[in-house]
Design a protein around this ligand. Structure first.
Ligand SMILES: *Cc1c(COP(=O)(O)O)cnc(C)c1O
Length: 429
């Protein structure tokens, strides 16, 4: 583990020392102690201290102690968590985690929760289920007949859709040039007044937590219309869906009407990588799209291997179970609300420095800002990154450089927020 005194981003000597790893494949095995020493003495000093309270990059989150312990448990017992037959313990823990996730997020209790590697994989699973369901309703058995000759479907995504949604679209064969991009307002949110036509051949993707602003699409205005038209609605809530488990819940009003949702554990819930959830209102569609029954491994309905992209799999729901048990309902709410409060505090501090906050009033845990000229913005980001005292990254907003500060680590408190503002004040060009 990096020490708190280490720079948030490793310095040049630590990175240069990684060349010690450039050894040929050993002809014969080397002692385990030597391997461990390389990880400890060479690799660890060049890690990013994204597990700490001064890391504000992307929406990374850290790792709650209970979740880290649970992740070690998963590794120590090396369970092949296909389902009950592979590990009764993992199956029971993931079943509990699934029930708690639906409860915490107040999503339809009969839904299926698949614990996979990422929101990327979860989104891919959900969009696959969506295609399967819509084609089924149109009388086409996708599993048997495939794409060739199938009724064409349309994928509607926000102009500001996350890159991984576009990746899923590419993988599924929707074709980037053929996507329907839903026009967005100045905050990057879908404008319900300019929706493309909706029908029973449309898969509509909405966002809970736009990556730059942290904004929420107008679910209550869009979802009932889309579903009444027979469309499937998927919500990408990689980090933002957790707002629903807090006093910020009104941001998510109407979201419960969707057909599927993705949310990460490894971002805002502060579990280790890789841990994320694909959630489907009607388990049937996810199950039909993902089922992996083999003659030697039939399994039971509800087994994770029948819901996820993986077959052999790590029990990714276990750290999520531990995080929810460690925080409880109140702890999840406290963390989300504190991060929102700290993001607002940072925004106020930046504004007092004369730095333009582009997403005021800050709706969630992301602060989007820009400092003077484009060159000054770029120089500020580089200076903060080089300082080793904190870290956040650049972005482009409406075609111009900006920066994005994400408050998502369970350890981040007022003092860290204030130190960040002071650092920016000191380093700004
Ligand atoms: C991070 C993110 C994703 C992708 O999640 P991964 O778990 O990194 O695959 C998708 N959508 C949004 C809005 C995100 O922030």
């Amino acid at each position: 583990m990096p020490l708190p005194a280490d720079p948030v981003f490793p310095d040049a000597p630590a990175i240069a020392a990684l060349s010690a790893l450039d050894e040929p494949l050993p002809a014969t095995g080397r002692p385990d102690a030597e391997t461990a020493a390389l990880l400890r003495d060479v690799a660890a000093p060049a890690t990013v201290r994204s597990t700490g309270p001064d890391y504000f990059g992307f929406v990374i989150g850290g790792t709650l102690p209970a979740a880290r312990e649970a992740d070690h448990w998963v590794t120590d017992h090396d369970q092949c968590a296909v389902g009950h037959a592979g590990s009764p313990a993992a199956h029971a823990l993931e079943a509990r985690a699934a029930a708690w996730v639906l409860d915490a997020l107040d999503l339809p209790r009969g839904g299926a929760v698949a614990f996979g590697t990422s929101a990327t994989a979860g989104g891919l699973s959900c969009l696959t289920a969506a295609r399967h369901a819509l084609l089924h309703r149109l009388g086409w058995d996708f599993a048997r007949h495939g794409l060739d000759g199938a009724p064409p479907l349309r994928l509607l995504v926000p102009e500001t859709a996350h890159v991984t949604v576009l990746k899923a679209a590419r993988i599924l064969g929707f074709g980037l040039d053929r996507l329907a991009r839903m026009p967005c307002d100045a905050s990057g949110l879908v404008d319900p007044g300019r929706l493309p036509p909706l029908d029973d051949r449309a898969i509509v993707v909405l966002q809970a937590g736009e990556v730059n602003t942290g904004g929420f699409d107008p679910f209550a205005a869009v979802i009932p219309r889309a579903r009444a038209a027979g469309a499937w609605v998927h919500v990408d809530g990689a980090f933002g869906l957790w707002a629903r488990a807090s006093a910020l819940r009104p941001l998510t009003d109407g979201i419960e009407g969707a057909d599927s949702w993705t949310v990460d554990g490894h971002k805002w819930l502060n579990t280790p990588y890789d841990g994320a959830m694909a959630i489907a209102r009607e388990p049937r569609w996810l199950a039909e799209a993902m089922r992996a029954a083999a003659a030697y491994s039939e399994g039971q309905a509800g087994d994770q291997m029948h819901l996820t992209l993986e077959f052999s799999r790590r029990a990714r729901g276990v750290p999520i179970w531990a995080a929810l048990r460690s925080l409880g309902r109140a702890g999840v709410a406290e963390m989300v609300e504190r991060h929102h409060r700290l993001a607002r505090r940072i925004a106020a501090g930046l504004a007092a420095e004369g730095i333009a906050v582009l997403n005021a009033p800050v709706p969630l845990n992301q602060v989007l800002a820009r400092c003077g000229t484009d060159a000054e913005t770029t120089a500020l980001v580089a200076a903060v990154q080089e300082s080793g005292e904190a870290w956040f990254g650049p972005t482009l907003w409406q075609g111009r450089p900006a920066f994005r500060i994400s408050v998502s680590n369970w350890q981040t408190r007022e003092a860290h927020a204030d130190a960040l503002v002071a650092l920016i004040g000191r380093l700004r060009p």
